[in-house]
Design a protein around this ligand. Structure first.
Ligand code: FAD
Ligand code: NAD
Length: 467
């Protein structure tokens, strides 16, 4: 460490991105401080992944135990299944407290200085926290994001709210409208319907779940929305939402811009994406400006255009996922330590933790085709089905499929999409394969244990390789 600076590295923001970067910085021998002006752990631990997965776990069990037909087929009979909303909310809350404590202790144990207060860039290699100025050889911005709330939406946090409040499950509305059919919309539709609420899902685009591969979105609609108490509206914007009892939601046709319907519901979850927390960060003091959408531009090394200033996580808008933020943090620290590294976004998986789960890694079919026409190759795909998988049949969970997308000429795997039981865990072998730019011919020779769900991918590779 140079005597010129207070620290080798200061990280602004103690979310999962900042935490991952700090742990790696300590492993690399850097004197490190992390600045946080809210609770430690950021979105994922306090208001995101962790509480939402706790709610999905508990509500998923309610759904499973109430599926009498399904249980009977396995020879099981259950009586009435009851749940306590408050106790489910406490389960999520307790998990948040535990993980926040674990995260904070891991930083303290390793000797990371935690600086409480708002961090700002005070000049080159300088950070202000309150009225103190600290110097650091390198600085990482890891300030994350917050919910995007469209104009015309009146939030009261009780009847009209974002995921920040929804994860607390303070009430269980009988009829809830969910604006947006992205990850949050889909996961909360799963929680609410499992616990007995009716849902109306409103999506501005013409298709539901526009982020998924089109085939997967269609099947997800068939499995996750149609059989449940969920009504859907597509091609309409929620242009005005008035909190109260009832909540009034004005829907405007995306094409004609005319108001087409006014819904009256008990509650409304606004899940319309997230925006970066990059305002008032003092970036102008080093001549850096966020892009038009507020994100901090970085290259694949996570470097900004200012020397010794790096950015990671949701604030960069590259892939707004917890594990992507940590991976970016590790890459930034590697580069700070003069070991060149880049992030390979194509091999970072994503998953929605619905019942059943949806996961993917790499390109969707339209993206692969676009790449193919730009680079002059043809794209092929094969599918395999959970209904043909022995383990899935034994579990009585046969809905879903795996779709693999690859280059017809070389066989290189370009994308894998799974919907079905444990899809979020199954995706990782595909992620490793894409990272190593493997071909379907090579992947088809890997021996998978029998009977396992992972044979769904084995089957898809073999079909692609004509084995
Ligand atoms: C409901 C929900 C569910 C989600 N589920 C998943 C999931 O299952 N899997 C997944 O991979 N991702 C999930 N995500 C996304 C995930 O939470 C984010 O991608 C992740 O938290 C981003 O990490 P980050 O470190 O970039 O930012 P954040 O976690 O947002 O942390 C940034 C931190 O910086 C602090 N900060 C900001 N500005 C300053 C400042 N000037 N000074 C000091 N501190 C500052 C903030 O207070 C915050 O603590 C979910 C998100 C939501 C909302
Ligand atoms: N399992 C996970 O990994 C997970 C879970 C939850 C959240 N997240 C992260 O959180 C981020 C935010 O999630 P999200 O679901 O809010 O965003 P999203 O970007 O996934 O989906 C938002 C949806 O809302 C629609 N929309 C926007 N404005 C609208 C309007 N006025 N009326 C109707 N529809 C409108 C958009 O077309 C889009 O389909 C995601 O980018 C994701 O990375 C991840």
């Amino acid at each position: 460490m140079s005597d010129k600076f207070d620290y080798d590295l200061i990280i602004i923001g103690a979310g999962v991105g900042g935490h991952g970067a700090a742990l790696h910085a300590i492993a690399c021998g850097l004197k490190t401080a992390i600045v946080e002006d809210n609770v430690m752990g950021g979105t994922c631990v306090n208001r995101g992944c962790i509480p939402s997965k706790a709610l999905l776990a508990a509500s998923g069990k309610v759904r499973e135990m109430r599926a009498k037909h399904h249980l009977k087929a396995l020879g099981i009979e259950v009586g009435e299944v009851n749940f306590d909303r408050g106790a489910i909310a406490s389960h999520a809350d307790n998990l948040v407290l535990k993980l926040r404590g674990d995260l904070t202790n891991s930083l303290k144990r390793l000797g990371v200085d935690i600086l409480e207060g708002r961090g700002r860039i005070a000049g080159e290699q300088k950070v202000s926290v309150g009225n103190k100025i600290y110097t650091a050889k390198d600085i990482i911005l890891a300030t994350g994001s917050e919910p995007f709330v469209p104009r015309g939406v009146q939030l009261d946090g009780k009847t009209v709210y974002t995921s920040d409040q929804a994860v607390r499950l303070e009430t269980l509305p009988q009829w809830v409208a969910i604006i947006g059919s992205g990850y949050i919309g889909l996961e909360f539709a799963d929680v609410y319907t499992a616990l007995g609420s009716e849902v109306t899902m409103i999506e501005a685009l013409d298709v539901l779940m526009p982020g998924f591969d089109p085939d997967i979105a269609k099947i997800a609609e068939r499995i996750l929305l149609k059989p449940r108490d969920i009504e859907t509206r597509t091609g309409v914007f929620a242009t005005k939402i008035t909190a109260g009892s009832p909540v009034k939601i004005e829907l405007t046709d995306a094409k004609t811009k005319k108001v087409v319907e006014v819904l009256e519901v008990d509650a409304c979850l606004v899940a319309t994406g997230r925006i970066p927390l990059t305002k008032d960060l003092g970036l102008e003091n080093v001549g850096l400006a966020p892009n038009q959408r507020g994100f901090i531009e970085v290259d694949d090394r996570m470097a900004t255009s200012v020397p010794h200033l790096w950015a990671i996580g949701d604030a960069t808008g590259k892939m707004m996922l917890a594990h992507a933020a940590s991976a970016q943090g590790i890459v930034a620290v590697e580069n700070i330590c003069d070991r060149p590294a880049t992030v390979d976004y194509q091999s970072i998986p994503a998953a929605a933790f619905t019942h059943p789960e949806v996961s993917f890694v790499g390109l969707t079919e339209p993206q692969a085709k676009e790449k193919g026409s730009a680079e002059g190759f043809k794209v092929a795909n094969t599918k395999s089905y959970f209904k043909g998988n022995s383990k899935a049949i034994a579990e009585g969970e046969t809905e879903g499929l795996a779709k693999i997308i690859y280059r017809e000429d070389t066989g290189e795997l370009l994308g894998v999409h799974i919907i079905g039981i444990h899809a979020a865990d199954l995706i990782h072998e595909a992620s490793a394969a894409i990272r190593d730019r493997q071909t379907v011919q090579k992947l088809a020779t890997i021996v998978h244990a029998h009977p396992t769900l992972s044979e769904v991918l084995d089957e898809a590779y073999k079909r692609a390789a004509h084995i």
